[in-house]
Every structure is written in C-alpha cells, then in structure tokens.
Write a new protein. Structure first.
Length: 449
C-alpha cells in the first residue's frame, strides 16, 4: 500500500528497479523525484519544495513551466511534429534567422543536433576536414561531453575511465588562477595571462602547429569550477590561432544563452571563434537541442564538399519551436539583462560568504554562473573533497542543503550556484541565507589559521 506520505519513495523505488543512471554507481544514487516545477522551484512527489540552484543541469535558464514556451511546443505539435534532417520547415527558417542575430561575428550557419556532446563531435570533424590536420588542443579540467571524441577532449577525471579515446588530442592547462602553478601571489592579470599564453605557444611548437586543427575550449570552464579567464587570454588564443591557421572552437554549451550575463561568454572578450557549440539554454531544456554555429569561411569550404555527418533528429521541428519560443521569452523578458543584474548581487553574496567562512577558499562568478570552492585549509588550499570520492564533509553539507530544500550540484569541492536566469534578488537572498548556514558545517572541518 502506498500512503500519501511515501509517494516520493515509491516513485524512486519503482524507477530504480528498471532505470540505469548516469555517472554513478547504481547503488549509490539517492535521487529526488520531481513531480512539478515553476519558476526557480520544483516540488517532489510528496509536495516538498526545492529551490533549483543548479537550473537542473545548468540548463533551465528561463526557469520552469514557462507558459509561452509550453504553448509554442503544443502549437508546433498541432502543426507538424517531425520532418527529416534535410527537409526545410518554417520554424527552421525562423530559428536560423534569430540565432544569427544573437551569435557573434560571422557565425551565421547552424548545424542542429540533439545536445551538446553531438555538437562538439561534429565540430571536431569539421575542424579536421577544413584544416586537413588531425590534432586538437583541449584543456584540463574541461568537460565537453560523454561520447568518445568529446570525452577525449574533456580534461577531467571522467576521461580516464573511457580511455583510450580518439587519437591526436593534447591537453594544456586552463588559466585557473587559484590553482595554476604559473600564477605567483601578487602577479597582475597581465603577467599571468602572458605566462599562460607563452605556455600554450610552447606546447604548439613541440606539437607542430601545422599538425593542429583546433584549439577547443570551454570559453569558461563550467562543471569543473567556473574558471573565468583573465582579460586578454581569450584574445591571445584567438591571435595565436589566426597566426598558425588553427581553428578556435568555443564550447558554449553551458555558458551560452545568457548564463554569464551576455548572450555568449565570448562576448565578454569580443572574440569570434571559428566554430561555436551550444545546447542546454538553447531550449532552456524544454526539449533536447544542440547546435554547432559555423563561420562563413568554414561554410564556404563545404559549398562544394560533402559534410560526412548527420543525425535522424537533426533540426527536429518540436525542438526548434521550443528554442524559438525561448529566444522570444529571453528578449521579451530581458533575461540576459537580469542575468547581468542579478549576477552582480550574487557576486556580492559570494564575496560575503568568503569573508565569513574559513572553509571557502575561493568564490568565482560571472553573471549567474558561480561557485564556492571549499578547502580544508586556506593556506595549503587542500580541497574539501576529491572529485572521484565525495568526502564525508561534503556528504554532510549536501544532505543539509537537501533537507533545507535546496537542490544544487556539488562536484568534488565545488559548490555550484547557477540559478535560473529569472531569479529575483529576494529569491537569491533567500537561498544564500541557507548556504550561509550550510557552510558552518564545512567550517567545522577547516583548520583555523
Ligand atoms: C561545456 C559542456 N559541453 C558539453 C556538454 C555535453 O552536453 P550534453 O550533455 O547536452 O550532450 C556539457 C554538459 O554538461 C557541458 O557542460
């Protein structure tokens, strides 16, 4: 017999019986059932409310349950549900026009996929075909997706379990100031940037720039810690790529569509990549969709050459309709502006946490893309947890947050703060009050200096 109080447990138990879950040992998972969602909140099957501080997987950018998007999806279903990959549809024409308006520079053509991983896979193929070179320079500790090619690009520990991957991928370090060994206390951003770029140039010389098809980066590393490059770094990479005839590919799967307070993270640096990928916020996850944005010069290359790639669900009309409606909502409600404005509030709230809690080693944010990096010792910067095995301290922290009705991603020692971009100041303050309390737990495990 299922009592009303145990519906959550019942759904979890029945689902676990027949589902296989991602990125976890199957017995280790203790999921929340999600029954309904609205705005920045969702409710479990027992009616418990959670603040969605991770926008699910940093993807529900416009918030849950937006009526205009739901109605657009319904209307598309009434009009036309599916058309094969090379058919054209009204919604495909419209979305292309809208996307070209918001993407930077000459990124004017879009190859539609069903998610971010596939967009990245196709970017690898295009870069290799266009340049006639095979190597790809990627970075530690990025994440680019879970298929073999995208996984090989990824610079975090998840790659190791999937090796050997594709040949020709070389990793360089991210300008992760808090932990990069090239950074010396007191160095200006200019000095640090120069050191990082010189290191990239050195790697390229050893690899042979003429063998390198692309430098493939998350513009701002997301899941692995919101690593915002110092000003000048991205511009430097762009110059280096142009000099050697290497393509610059920016993965904006997480950072794109307003997350950082601009349409795309590259816009903060006025850099135009040769290829750029996006997903997540592209439909705010109302339906699955990814896209590879292609610059005019690469499109021109393919005018008389076959692109050897395709997907049954490429440009699925339902997903495109969701995306078109999301872009309209973003403009009508000035979602990017809100991300920028609330980003300033969040940045201050994060700084307050750092000033108050000894377990906070660093905080980083840009727009509503933020995190708290937790340490056991501020001097040695010893992480509060490793990535591969969650420490008991982090388990306690995460149980407390769950109990208090806060849903957020904590990976290793990184506590993410990535709310839907519609969040209000009041809502932000409400959830940060809970985080403030939660950090008393981690403080009790940090050495006082
Ligand atoms: C930066 C980045 N690239 C690629 C991906 C993979 O996207 P998807 O899971 O939609 O395939 C992700 C997913 O988290 C991501 O954060």
């Amino acid at each position: 017999m299922v009592t009303p109080n145990s519906q959550n447990e019942d759904v979890v138990k029945r689902t676990k019986k027949h589902s296989f879950f991602s990125w976890t040992a199957q017995d280790a998972i203790n999921p929340i059932s999600i029954a309904r969602a609205k705005g920045v909140y969702f409710w479990d099957a027992d009616g418990k409310r959670y603040f969605d501080l991770s926008s699910q997987s940093m993807c529900v950018n416009i918030g849950h349950g937006n009526r205009r998007v739901i109605d657009a999806i319904k209307a598309q279903a009434d009009e036309l549900v599916f058309a094969s990959m090379n058919a054209v549809t009204k919604v495909r024409a419209q979305l292309g026009e809208e996307l070209a308006r918001v993407t930077p520079g000459d990124l004017n053509k879009f190859f539609f996929t069903t998610g971010g991983t596939e967009a990245n896979e196709n970017a690898i193929k295009m870069a290799r075909a266009y340049t006639g070179r095979h190597k790809i320079i990627a970075r530690y500790p990025s994440y680019h997706g879970s298929t073999l090619g995208a996984m090989t690009l990824s610079g975090d520990y998840r790659r190791l379990a999937n090796e050997p991957g594709i040949p020709g991928v070389v990793h360089i370090f991210d300008p992760y100031k808090y932990r990069n060994l090239l950074y010396r206390e007191g160095d200006s951003d200019e000095v640090f940037t120069r050191c990082c770029l010189e290191q990239v140039d050195e790697v390229l010389k050893y690899e042979g720039p003429h063998t390198v098809a692309a430098i493939f980066i998350e513009t701002i590393v997301g899941t692995n810690g919101i690593l915002i490059p110092p000003d000048g770094y991205l511009q430097g990479l762009r110059e280096m790529c142009t000099k050697y005839g290497i393509l610059l590919i920016c993965d904006e799967v997480m950072t794109g569509l307003g997350r950082t307070g601009k349409w795309f993270a590259v816009d903060h640096f006025n850099v135009v990549p040769d290829l750029m990928t996006m997903a997540k916020g592209l439909t705010s996850a109302y339906l699955p969709l990814g896209a590879l944005a292609i610059s005019d010069k690469i499109y021109d290359f393919y005018r008389d050459k076959v692109f050897y790639g395709g997907l049954t669900y490429s440009a699925h009309p339902m997903c495109l309709a969701a995306s078109l409606a999301v872009l309209r909502v973003m403009e009508e409600d000035d979602i990017v502006g809100n991300s920028k404005r609330m980003g300033k509030v969040m940045s201050k709230l994060l700084a307050d946490l750092k000033a108050k809690h000894i377990s906070v080693g660093d905080t980083r944010s840009i727009g509503l893309f933020g995190c708290v990096e937790l340490v056991k010792n501020r001097k040695t910067k010893e992480p509060m947890s490793s990535y591969t095995k969650c420490s008991p301290e982090i388990v306690k922290l995460s149980s407390f947050l769950k109990e208090q009705g806060v849903y957020n991603i904590i990976r290793g020692n990184i506590l993410h703060t990535n709310p839907p971009l519609i969040v209000s100041e009041e809502e932000l303050r409400e959830v940060f009050e809970i985080i403030d309390k939660a950090l008393e737990i981690t403080d009790s495990f940090t050495e006082k200096s």
